[in-house]
Design a protein around this ligand. Structure first.
Ligand code: CA
Length: 107
């Protein structure tokens, strides 16, 4: 279920920072409130990332890159740890972006 207040919360967060845009915190705003579905604004970037991967990689190499990235992501400086459900949905959304690009390309 979508939360209609999430964009407002993001704007409020930005205003609180006194014009210092804290985009990573805003992107991490969760827009689903299900135990099984984790979608935040990062999901949009994951979808685009999947779409971009389609331009260069076959499906198997893309899956290795998508899953490999999620495995090494916790070691990047500045990325806060994320839960398993978040990681799984990052992989799903990225792969959906890849498949959507493939569908668009063949259409
Ligand atoms: Ca992730």
């Amino acid at each position: 279920m979508l939360n209609g207040t999430a964009p407002t919360a993001g704007i409020h967060l930005i205003i609180q920072k006194r014009n210092k845009v804290d985009i990573k915190n805003w992107l991490g705003t969760r827009i689903t409130h299900s135990d099984w579905i984790y979608i935040d604004y990062w999901s949009v970037l994951h979808f685009i990332w999947g779409w971009v991967l389609y331009a260069k990689f076959n499906v198997w190499l893309a899956l290795v890159i998508i899953i490999g990235y999620e495995l090494i992501e916790p070691y990047f400086i500045g990325f806060k740890p994320e839960g398993n459900i978040d990681t799984v949905w990052d992989i799903i959304i990225t792969f959906v972006g890849y498949l959507a690009a493939g569908g668009y390309a063949s259409w």
